[in-house]
Design a protein around this ligand. Structure first.
Ligand code: HGY
Ligand code: MN
Ligand code: MN
Length: 415
């Protein structure tokens, strides 16, 4: 058959995404499908049933990563792998992560129904807990699989209610016995929405990131002195929330203060105790997320913030504890594979754009040991991690077609 004219089934891809969007669907059209929640389990079960329909060899490892393998003509050759994540942010979007898992599945379905057996085996993967929202950090399961994070450390990460990641894996029945340990991979492609405004602004259909920025996550704990808000004079208070508020402003001001524009710094999560309107707060936890293509710049930004935080804590008499929770270096992808994505897009007739990913992905860890590239499609109004996250069905199909032909090219390489 003329392989070049092969295309995925856009309607089928759309219906799988619509089916998945019902699991954890929110009233405003988003999804809440937190890692290892009942919704995550339901979506996983559905995904596994679709892999079974394709007679794939299914593996679930110690981190609950789900792999569906399609044999190749020569199974001694290293496989080509593609996938992303099924878990979502709280009130997240219907495309983040799931598009990459459904796209990789659609490629398998297209190959199967056209009786195409590639030279190399082809593996579709769902990585557990990519978001790091319920259990920090992000990309934890591809990190364990790649040998960069310890299984025990990952198992003992707890959510806000003290539930352990390992126990929740067990509870939903996805704590596999197969070691979460990497094996050689010939090429890894991750298909994902851009989650930003660039492709829409440039009016391009396909994005090919040159790589992913570094992600550095910190947890800050402040201890103040609780007291009755009425009788306690303003002078001499040790108000943990006021101290935290100055620190949070310092995070927001840090990039400008350092005169750099290719660095972002955000406080996204905060807990305040006892969180009663008539008690002076004595316990605050907040998170810091710093990202840049330049790892050293990100570390310099953190060093500058630490000085600010210590000065503020000193002035308010609110002792602080700073945890350097997680860092993943910036990930420069394999030039040859990135070029392949750009060329494949143009061959099929899609406009393409070379860019950087400001969002983290499991491809960061895959890039540590195998040739890796990503395929982006536009996010309408550049929005993501929100219920209004949206991508046109045409663009969803376009990205999956580029994935199909990139996989075919890599899986046909015999050396
Ligand atoms: O944080 C990120 O960029 C990803 O959504 N985990
Ligand atoms: Mn994602
Ligand atoms: Mn995300």
């Amino acid at each position: 058959m003329d392989m070049n004219s092969l295309r995925i089934n856009g309607k089928r891809l759309q219906s799988t995404l619509e089916e998945m969007a019902k699991i954890g669907g929110t009233p405003n059209g988003g999804v809440t499908r937190l890692a290892l929640s009942d919704e995550d389990k339901k979506a996983r079960d559905l995904f596994v049933s679709w892999l079974e329909e394709l007679d794939m060899e299914i593996t679930i490892d110690e981190m609950g990563n789900i792999f569906g393998k399609m044999p190749g003509k020569n199974n001694d050759l290293d496989p080509v792998m593609s996938g992303s994540h099924i878990d979502s942010q709280p009130k997240g979007g219907r495309f983040d992560g799931i598009l990459g898992v459904m796209g990789a599945l659609e490629v398998a379905r297209t190959l199967k129904e056209n009786n195409i057996q590639l030279e190399r085996p082809y593996i579709v993967v769902d990585w557990t807990n990519e978001e790091g929202s319920r259990f920090s950090p992000a990309m934890v399961s591809s990190g364990v699989w790649a040998g960069e994070l310890s299984l025990d450390w990952a198992y003992n990460r707890t959510d806000i209610n003290g539930k352990k990641q390992g126990e929740e894996l067990e509870r939903i029945g996805y704590k596999g016995s197969v070691p979460a340990k990497k094996h050689p991979v010939h090429a890894y492609y991750e298909y994902h929405i851009e989650q930003g405004p660039i492709l829409e602004r440039e009016d391009k259909t396909i994005g090919a990131p040159k790589g992913i920025v570094c992600l550095h996550w910190y947890d800050i704990y402040l201890e103040g002195e609780a007291n009755q808000v009425g009788p306690t004079p303003m002078v001499g208070r040790h108000d943990a929330l006021v101290a935290a508020s100055e620190m949070i402003t310092a995070v927001n001001k840090m990039p400008a203060k350092m005169g750099i524009d290719n660095l972002v710094a955000t406080v996204g999560e905060i807990q305040n105790q006892p969180n009663s309107r008539n008690i002076i707060p004595n316990g605050v936890h907040f998170t810091v997320d710093i990202r840049s293509w330049d790892d050293d710049l990100a570390i310099r930004g953190w060093e500058s913030l630490k000085k600010d935080f210590n000065e503020i804590a000193e002035r308010h008499g609110t002792p602080l504890r700073m945890e350097e929770t997680w860092r993943v270096e910036h990930a420069p992808f394999d030039d040859r594979l990135v070029k392949r994505v750009l060329e494949t897009a143009e061959e099929i007739g899609y406009s393409s754009h070379y860019m950087v990913s400001g969002a983290g992905h499991d491809a960061s860890y895959m890039n540590h040991f195998c040739p890796t590239a990503m395929i982006f499609v536009p996010s309408i109004n550049g929005r993501s991690h929100v219920e209004v996250e949206n991508t046109s069905w045409e663009d969803c199909a376009a990205g999956a077609n580029v994935l199909l032909h990139s996989v075919i090219k890599s899986a046909s390489e015999t050396e």
